[in-house]
Design a protein around this ligand. Structure first.
Ligand SMILES: Cc1ncc(COP(=O)(O)O)c(C=O)c1O
Length: 376
């Protein structure tokens, strides 16, 4: 059997990782400024993470949600505490798309409405409801009906107001920072006004923090820069540092009942253990603070590179707009300087999504390699 060929892949096979580095078969070292697509939060193969998962696997790898799994409560408590959402409830699932799928469904169960408002250039995943609210018709199949979805421009509060006033929108879904689009931060005043209009019109506000959450922005969630509290928050990527795990954080106004939501694998022993290890390391090593400090430093330095037309982002979620396609530069960085970077749906924008443990010396090494690559 051959693989179903859907990915554009780099001609590299990493076989080992450590911290902010990965190594290929020949032992070549690559500085990882991409973090496997914003997934590596505490660094590759962190010893605490490896030890905790190994020990758990030796005890029990999996049992379904039909039994007591106290690790789920431990995770919920730790996550509530570190994120500032102690009063919310946690539903555990497996991927970002699945988290958004459940968030949209839960909102619709809650207010009985079926329409959703989303934003231009958004990405929310590839399952039925998630892809319908994603602004990319090319990845929607005919079966992914989008009649119930309206898209408006990011930060266009008048458009939002006129649509929500009709009081027939179930939920608004918005990324904490638009990632795939090329790193666009919603204005804090826009998020505050959006929060108010949602409250006034009985619309559920869903913050997709799948990419921008878990400390990446320099706060636990990127929307916390606007000092708002959404009704539902979704998280995945950095949550498991590579172990597939996702979460839906749900305001206490939503009532749970048996069978309302469900999943076979969500909240399994290994996923919870991986997520607890991530939170433990984030706290011990002050990785949110580090993401903010190293990110600020990196962004400041990047602004002095004349070939970069615009630097956008927060913390270690950074977009570099070169005003021309970045594909040749990205492949040069890999081949000649051994650095991984990310692309975006805008061919002119390079994304930096390293582990939150990136050190200043590693940021300097990257800057040095980038300067050489753009000049040479
Ligand atoms: C903001 C956002 N939401 C949802 C998703 C989908 O996550 P997953 O690929 O885990 O389904 C992604 C993935 O890139 C994302 O960036």
């Amino acid at each position: 059997m051959d693989l179903f060929n859907v990915y554009s892949i780099m001609d590299i096979e990493p076989v080992r990782g450590q911290g902010c580095y990965v190594y290929d078969k020949a032992g070549n070292e690559y500085l990882d400024l991409y973090g496997g697509h914003a997934v590596i939060s505490i660094g590759h193969s962190h010893p605490t993470y490896v030890r905790r998962i190994t020990e758990q696997l030796q005890r029990l790898g999996f049992y379904s949600n039909s039994v007591q799994i106290p690790l789920q409560q431990e995770l919920a408590q730790r996550l509530g505490k570190l994120s500032g959402y102690e009063d919310y409830h946690l539903f555990l699932c497996n991927t970002g798309a699945e988290a958004n799928e459940n968030a949209i469904k839960l909102a619709s169960f809650h207010n009985g409405r079926r329409k959703v408002l989303s934003f231009s250039r958004s990405f929310h995943g590839r399952t039925h409801s998630a892809v319908a609210v994603t602004d990319n018709p090319n990845i929607c199949a005919p079966v992914n009906n989008r009649d119930h979805v309206t898209f408006v421009g990011l930060n266009d509060i008048e458009a939002v107001q006129s649509i929500l006033e009709k009081r027939d929108i179930s939920s608004v879904i918005i990324e904490g920072i638009q990632g795939l689009a090329g790193i666009y931060c919603p204005a804090p005043e826009f998020l505050q006004a959006l929060r108010n209009i949602c409250t006034q019109t009985g619309t559920v506000l869903i913050l997709d923090e799948v990419q921008s959450g878990y400390g990446r922005s320099g706060k636990f969630f990127a929307h916390q820069y606007a000092d708002i509290r959404p009704d539902i928050i979704t998280t995945a990527k950095g949550m498991g540092n590579g172990f597939p795990v996702a979460g839906v954080l749900i305001h206490p106004q939503f009532e749970a009942r048996p069978g309302l939501l469900g999943t076979t694998f969500g909240g399994n022993h290994l996923a919870c253990t991986a997520s607890i290890a991530v939170l433990e390391v984030m706290e011990q090593e002050k990785l949110i603070e580090n993401a903010l400090a190293t990110g600020d430093y990196l962004m400041e330095q990047l602004k002095s590179i004349p070939q970069i037309k615009e630097v956008r982002g927060r913390g270690l979620m950074i977009g570099l707009d070169f005003g021309e396609p970045v594909a040749p530069l990205r492949s040069k960085l890999i081949r000649e300087h051994r650095v991984f970077t990310g692309a975006s749906s805008d061919k002119n924008v390079m994304r930096l999504l390293p582990a939150l443990s990136l050190q200043k010396a590693q940021a300097d090494a990257f800057l040095d390699k980038l300067r050489k690559a753009v000049e040479g």
